[in-house]
Design a protein around this ligand. Structure first.
Ligand SMILES: NC(=O)c1ccc[n+]([C@@H]2O[C@H](COP(=O)([O-])OP(=O)(O)OC[C@H]3O[C@@H](n4cnc5c(N)ncnc54)[C@H](OP(=O)(O)O)[C@@H]3O)[C@@H](O)[C@H]2O)c1
Length: 353
């Protein structure tokens, strides 16, 4: 694949310019969720992504217990300046007294003196904190959004952080965050053909607030590549979304799921892709990147082959007829899942509103 420059878009009202496709680093370091991931492949993916202009890397202190950040830091040795790095603060670390320590630990793992984007990983409520801590005092008194953002902003003013951002913030939570008065470049939100809940209110809220959008899980964790013949072939950890039956191992949404409709949508996307000589994942990525409010779409890539396919997929805009057909094929799933952007918990127990 020849070297190329991906189209870029500005993040909200900021000067931050991002490629339309960024590299999700959730697998980096390897771990329970994704299984093993070699540093050799991480080095190769990062190097090739820089060559192809996909120079935005999204990691988090919580991914694989910090080893995602460490693996990215190793891969960027000697070429840090060519990359735009985002890392995330977990919600139980967002108390005013804790933010600096956790940010500095991330910087150390990343082997850098600054990150380009410092993001609050989840909204600050007990339901979100419960995934990270069982400390009853913290669950009763989560950090406030004001203390979190002011502490993060102090690091921005020192230059340790270039831009601030939030993730998984619904429209109400985004309005509360914006009311703090600290500039926010981005809101990172789940967005793929099978997870379109943000179209209803979260995306318009970002546009109104001049906040850019990072779309995550664009391939539905591989499901939209068509690699799984049935939903039973999907690895356990990836089968906990609300699409899947709630009695699957590790699931916590408690609902019936919509497996037949999900499989029908995946098969429809696959048939459409075949008819156009494309891979289903190509259509899924091109569709996600086509939304006018989407600044950058993230996709994980475990090796150079996946990365190159993903970059190729977003290089040319999707034809309007294909875009409309993909919307039609996934409309039933969109309606059944509704506007809730928490795909792991029931709407009644959602962490995001
Ligand atoms: N803010 C948040 O709360 C949040 C939550 C989740 C994710 N994220 C971010 O979003 C990023 C992307 O989401 P994700 O990694 O969960 O899911 P994803 O991008 O939808 O799926 C990535 C996985 O799909 C497979 N894949 C990728 N490209 C492929 C290709 N061309 N052909 C076939 N298979 C391919 C790979 O796994 P296999 O080869 O193992 O199948 C890869 O790890 C994450 O890495 C993370 O940075 C953020």
């Amino acid at each position: 694949m020849p070297s190329t420059t991906l189209p870029r878009r500005r993040a909200g009202a900021t000067e931050l310019s991002l490629p339309v496709l960024g590299v999700g680093c959730f697998t980096f370091g390897g771990g329970t969720y994704w299984g093993p991931q070699s540093q050799h492949d991480v080095d190769a993916v990062v190097g090739r992504a820089l060559e192809l202009g996909a120079n935005f890397f999204d990691t988090a202190e919580t991914y694989n217990d910090g080893t995602s950040e460490s693996a990215l830091g190793l891969a960027l040795r000697g070429r840090r300046d060519a990359a735009i790095v985002c890392t995330k603060l977990q919600p139980d670390h967002a108390y005013a007294a804790d933010v600096r320590r956790h940010c500095e630990a991330s910087l150390a793992r990343l082997q850098t003196d600054h990150v380009d984007v410092f993001m609050l990983h989840w909204p600050l409520n007990a339901s979100a904190l419960r995934h990270y801590t069982s400390d009853e005092a913290k669950l009763r008194h989560p950090p406030t959004i004001a203390e979190a953002l002011h502490a993060m902003d102090a690091l921005r003013q020192e230059g340790k952080v270039r831009h601030l951002a939030v993730s998984n913030f619904g429209p109400v939570q985004l309005a509360e965050a914006l009311a703090v008065g600290v500039p926010l470049a981005l809101n990172e939100l789940p967005y793929n053909l099978l997870a379109r809940g943000i179209e209803a209110a979260a995306l318009p809220a970002c546009a109104r607030g001049s906040v850019g959008v990072l779309g995550y899980m664009a391939l539905a964790q591989g499901l939209l590549t068509g690699k799984f013949a049935t939903l039973d072939d999907v690895p356990t950890w990836r089968a906990r979304l609300r699409h899947f039956r709630g009695d699957r191992p590790g699931s916590r949404h408690g609902g019936p799921g919509l497996e037949a409709e999900t499989l029908a949508a995946v098969q429809g996307v696959r048939a459409l892709a075949t008819a156009h000589g494309l891979a289903p994942g190509d259509l899924a990525l091109a569709w996600a990147a086509s939304h006018p409010h989407m600044t950058c779409t993230l996709a994980g890539a475990r090796n150079i082959g996946q990365l190159e396919a993903n970059v190729r997929a977003v290089q040319t805009p999707l034809a309007p007829a294909l875009y409309a057909e993909l919307n039609r094929l996934t409309e039933e799933v969109r309606q059944m899942l509704g506007p809730c952007l928490d795909y792991y918990q029931s709407p009644a127990d959602s962490r995001c509103w």
